[in-house]
Design a protein around this ligand. Structure first.
Ligand code: HEC
Ligand code: HEC
Length: 501
């Protein structure tokens, strides 16, 4: 259901998803076929014979740095009911009272609306949801699509990660001003509850660069304030809060979930995925019965997510070159990323840090995965069926629709696939327009400008926040050197092939 869009006032109604911190694991219903992916299959291909590169795997031996992630059982759901719930239900259960919202904002333009929405939701933008809260007040909140819908080449795609959201500004924004439009005590109280929640997470959400996402850290803050079994909220936190420096992540596309056995970059999300996917409810759901009611329909939302397909590449493809690229891919890449087309396979591999070599912060020292947050998750309501088990490595993701998901790597530090395949060409400092039509179909990714300086030395805050500075902690762009051993024509061929996925 792609359409043109402009992301608007994203910071007014922020919400938290327990990104990686709330991970569960991959699609279990496929458990029967998962076993195949495991052991040897993946290993052989990783290493191309004539492309030495980094530590690409060459054998199926257990110590080659590749670890298959097993599937686990998942609850079944109804995709149609799931879409309906995704775009109509109040799973982020606090927000701005409708009375105030409707006085400030007009109906959304057609291009920002989604089909299949009921009542007031039919006229709201895709990333906002109106619902009647537990206290009987009609509220408007942000939904999952604030982070999980994005624009590519002028089209809105549900399930594409949002790479333009500005989390360099405070998430509370101007929400408190909505009070000026309210007279009823119950409405004022609801607004205050929402504003207080935003104030609690706000210090822990600030990113250095537009486009990267703090969801994992938000989850850690929310866990800190809640009883893990009853969901009761405590203003003074029960756990030590995370540091305010946030390890950045790029929002992954939803259409990979049909293949993945673990949610999140570090394979943290194990057990029942639907339970973990509802973690955005942790912002406001203060009552365990309400949480159970939300959990009851999340298998449907997961089922919907599993139906998503990537958008097709919209420009011309050189079929002959792509065919040549498929051979290079099979020899150099498929061992980790799987095969595509008729015999689709996906090995679900966790790759050790010394093999992948990408920025280690998320997989080692990320505050959002501190032991106290894992305990909170694993021992309470979430832990009944889900587990958070972050690994010291990164999942080799499926590459379906890879053309549309720039920038690359878990931290969004590499602007194009071409730069992914030649690590020496990656810009240390770069900026882009954040316009989805500024697409580079030759390099496969965002048109960008390499700069001679990073955040230091840039006096303007407005300019600075649009600079991706790979020298900042967590923002590094090294590693994944598996394309370095290819020659220029092989790289061009692989890029052409990737357009077909
Ligand atoms: C504030 C932004 C934000 C919101 C809101 C949000 N998410 Fe996420 N989501 C993320 C980020 C960031 C990640 C990646 C985290 C990681 O891997 O460390 C993620 C990961 C996921 C994944 C795993 C994808 C993968 O390939 O591993 C799923 C599934 C998901 N989210 C579903 C949802 C659902 C369903 C909702 C709404 C109930 C939601 N998210 C709300 C930011 C968000
Ligand atoms: C040894 C396993 C391995 C091999 C071999 C490998 N990759 Fe990867 N690849 C990974 C892992 C792991 C990641 C995620 C790293 C991260 O996010 O830090 C990744 C990430 C990527 C990404 C970015 C995905 C995204 O959404 O950000 C692309 C594109 C990619 N690989 C393409 C290739 C191509 C093309 C080849 C062959 C030339 C290849 N890879 C070979 C393991 C591998």
């Amino acid at each position: 259901m792609p359409r043109c869009l402009r992301l608007v006032f994203a910071s007014v109604l922020p919400l938290a998803c327990a990104g990686s911190s709330a991970g569960t694991e991959a699609t279990g219903d496929a458990s029967s076929e998962t076993g195949a992916a495991t052991t040897g299959g993946a290993t052989s291909t990783g290493a191309t014979t004539d492309a030495p590169t980094t530590g690409a795997p060459t054998t199926g031996a257990p110590n080659d740095g590749l670890h298959p992630i097993p599937a686990e059982p998942q609850r079944d759901g109804d995709p149609e009911a799931g879409y309906h719930a995704l775009v109509n239900n109040g799973y982020v259960s606090c927000g701005i009272p409708w009375t105030a919202y409707s006085q400030v904002f007009d109906d959304a333009p057609e291009a920002l609306r989604l089909p299949g929405r009921a009542g007031k939701n039919a006229t709201l933008p895709y990333d906002k949801t109106a619902f009647v809260g537990a206290g009987g007040v009609e509220l408007v909140s942000a939904n999952c699509l604030q982070c999980h819908a994005g624009e590519i080449d002028g089209e809105l795609v549900v399930g594409l990660g949002n790479t333009t959201a500005d989390f360099t500004v405070k998430v509370g924004g101007t929400a408190a001003l909505a009070d000026l439009f309210l007279t009823e005590a119950d409405e004022k109280a609801e607004l205050q509850r929402f504003v207080d929640r935003l104030a609690a997470v706000e210090p822990y959400t600030q990113m250095l660069t537009v486009g990267v996402n703090p969801a994992d850290n938000i989850a850690a803050v929310l866990f800190s304030h809640r009883d893990p079994d009853t969901f009761e909220w405590f203003d003074p936190p029960l756990l030590d809060l995370p540091p305010v420096v946030v390890t950045p992540v790029d929002v992954p596309p939803w259409w990979h979930m049909k293949k993945k056995h673990a949610m999140f970059y570090v394979a943290a999300g194990r057990g029942d995925h639907a339970r973990t996917m509802m973690a955005a409810a942790t912002l406001c759901t203060d009552d365990i019965d309400e949480a159970r009611a939300i959990d009851a329909y999340f298998p449907d939302i997961r089922a919907y997510i599993l139906t998503l397909e990537p958008p097709a590449y919209p420009f011309a493809i050189d079929a002959e070159l792509a065919a040549a690229g498929s051979h290079v891919f099979a020899a150099t890449c498929a061992g980790c990323h799987g095969t595509y087309g008729a015999e689709d396979t996906y090995p679900n591999l966790l790759v050790d840090l010394d093999v992948i070599g990408t920025d280690a912060a998320l997989a080692t020292e990320a505050s959002q995965f501190a032991g106290r947050y894992l305990d909170w998750f694993n021992k309470g309501f979430y832990g009944e069926v889900s587990r958070l088990e972050p690994q010291s490595g990164y999942v080799a993701p499926p590459l379906d629709g890879i053309w549309a998901t720039a920038p690359y790597l878990h931290n969004g530090s590499v602007p194009t696939v071409a730069a992914m395949l030649d690590s020496t060409s990656r810009p240390t400092y770069w900026t882009r327009s954040y316009e989805s039509t500024d697409y580079d179909s030759a390099a496969l990714g965002w048109k960008h400008e390499a700069l001679d300086h990073g955040h230091e030395g840039e006096p303007s805050a407005e300019v600075r926040k649009k600079i991706y500075d790979t020298t900042q902690p967590g923002y590094g762009n090294g590693g994944h050197t598996f394309g370095d051993g290819l020659d220029a024509s092989e790289r061009l061929a692989v890029i052409e092939y990737l357009k077909t996925l």
